[in-house]
Design a protein around this ligand. Structure first.
Ligand SMILES: *Cc1c(COP(=O)(O)O)cnc(C)c1O
Length: 383
């Protein structure tokens, strides 16, 4: 079965006269028919916090996507990342985190984990096999994010996995479609389901996919932290997944069209899209990924506020807002230089991030073209 076929068919009721979709089951208390069922060693459901059939159906679909034995749901993508980290963290431990990590992930390491006595060391996302030189006897995990969602460096995941400690991958960009971290040797693959799995910018959810002993660690973490998610949100994400591969194909094609167009523009210093041959990590990307999503970066030559105000102010189809992975296009300025510590980020001008939605690529290019025209009216300081 091709992936778009299984998107349409997995995790659905199979028997009898039935609705197309699994029901949305809300509930806290689960009732058992008697003493034997109540005390059974294996209970598929025992309390609503541990999930209902609505959650199970989504977990099974994500597990199939990620190639994992088990999937755990968290209330947001960030909560999925922090759950994964907490599942491996130990007082006195050392954690390696890519310098390109999602900024709130760093915030968690610098705040909660530091107070717990976990030391975080940031590594160059292009370190590859050199990670071995940073691993210590007390290294509890390596957190990778590939490509970084602001700066788009691709990480050599098999090389990171060779180093020994369990590797946790933030796989939000690959969406479980274009990158399969567990197959490359990672212990855990995390996604902000808020992005492409949900796909409609109307829900928060995170997924943590793992197998074997890593899954047992995450299971303990979920139970210990008391995390619960809404069945309505689980059903919304599952609905989004029905069109995941189909949507992603359009996001990819449109993103590439925008990236190629931007690469030709005089206003643009560089485009950061790993599927383009111009990207420094393109070979790694071609080896480990089957395709791209719609998110990429660029550096504009100018960075003065009046220019940027005119540029962003003229955009009609691209919204300015955080998050991505929905059907709508977005374009925002970013400041990677504010977060990086292992490898300082320096760029010629303003870094931006573009999310290609499902609109027509020609319409989106016309929108960008109009925005450049408006911005170019703004004289450069000193000229
Ligand atoms: C958005 C995002 C998250 C966090 O997801 P939320 O659902 O917004 O909490 C984590 N990692 C990456 C790479 C993201 O883009």
């Amino acid at each position: 079965m091709k992936p778009c076929t299984s998107d349409a068919h997995k995790g659905r009721p199979k028997e009898g006269v039935r609705l197309v979709n699994p029901g949305v089951q809300r509930g806290s208390t689960v009732l058992f028919p008697g003493y034997e069922a109540f005390t059974a060693a294996e209970r598929p459901f025992f309390y609503g916090r541990g999930g209902t059939p609505t959650h199970r159906a989504l977990e099974e679909s994500v597990a199939a996507l990620e190639g994992a034995d088990q999937v755990f749901l968290a209330p947001s993508g960030l909560a999925a990342v922090t759950l994964a980290l907490l599942s491996f963290a130990e007082a006195g431990g050392h954690l390696l985190v890519t310098d390109s990590a999602y900024d709130p992930t760093r915030g968690f390491c610098e705040g909660v984990l530091r107070r717990m006595g976990v030391e975080t060391e940031y590594y160059d996302p292009r370190i590859g096999a050199g990670i071995g030189g940073l691993v210590r006897p007390n290294t509890v995990a390596i957190l990778a994010e590939s490509p970084g969602s602001l700066t788009f460096e691709v990480q050599d995941l098999p090389a990171l996995c060779e180093a020994g400690p369990p590797v946790i991958v933030d796989n939000t960009w690959g969406a479980g479609v274009h990158l399969k971290p567990l197959a490359l040797g990672a212990a855990v693959s995390v996604q902000a389901a808020t992005k492409y799995l949900g796909g409609h910018s109307d829900v928060f959810l995170g997924t943590v996919a793992a197998s074997g002993s890593a899954a047992r660690k995450v299971a303990q973490g979920v139970r210990g932290l008391g995390l619960a998610t809404s069945p309505d949100d689980a059903a919304l994400v599952h609905r989004g997944m029905r069109t995941l591969h189909r949507r992603l194909a359009v996001h990819e094609e449109t993103g590439l069209a925008l990236a190629r167009w931007l690469e030709e523009r005089d206003e643009v210093a560089k485009v950061m899209h790993p599927a383009l041959p111009s990207h420094p990590d393109h070979a790694l990307f071609a080896r480990d990924f089957t395709g791209a999503c719609g998110l990429f970066g660029a550096v504009l030559k100018r960075s003065d506020a009046p220019y940027l105000s005119a540029f962003f102010g003229a955009l009609r189809l691209f919204g300015m807002g955080y998050s991505w992975g929905g059907y709508e296009s977005l374009c925002i300025p970013t400041w990677p230089e504010r977060h990086r510590t292992a490898v300082p980020w320096s760029a010629e001008g303003q870094t931006i991030r573009v999310h290609a939605g499902l609109e027509d690529a020609g319409d989106l290019i016309a929108d960008l073209e109009a925005a450049f025209a408006a911005a170019n009216e703004v004289p450069e300081a000193g000229s």
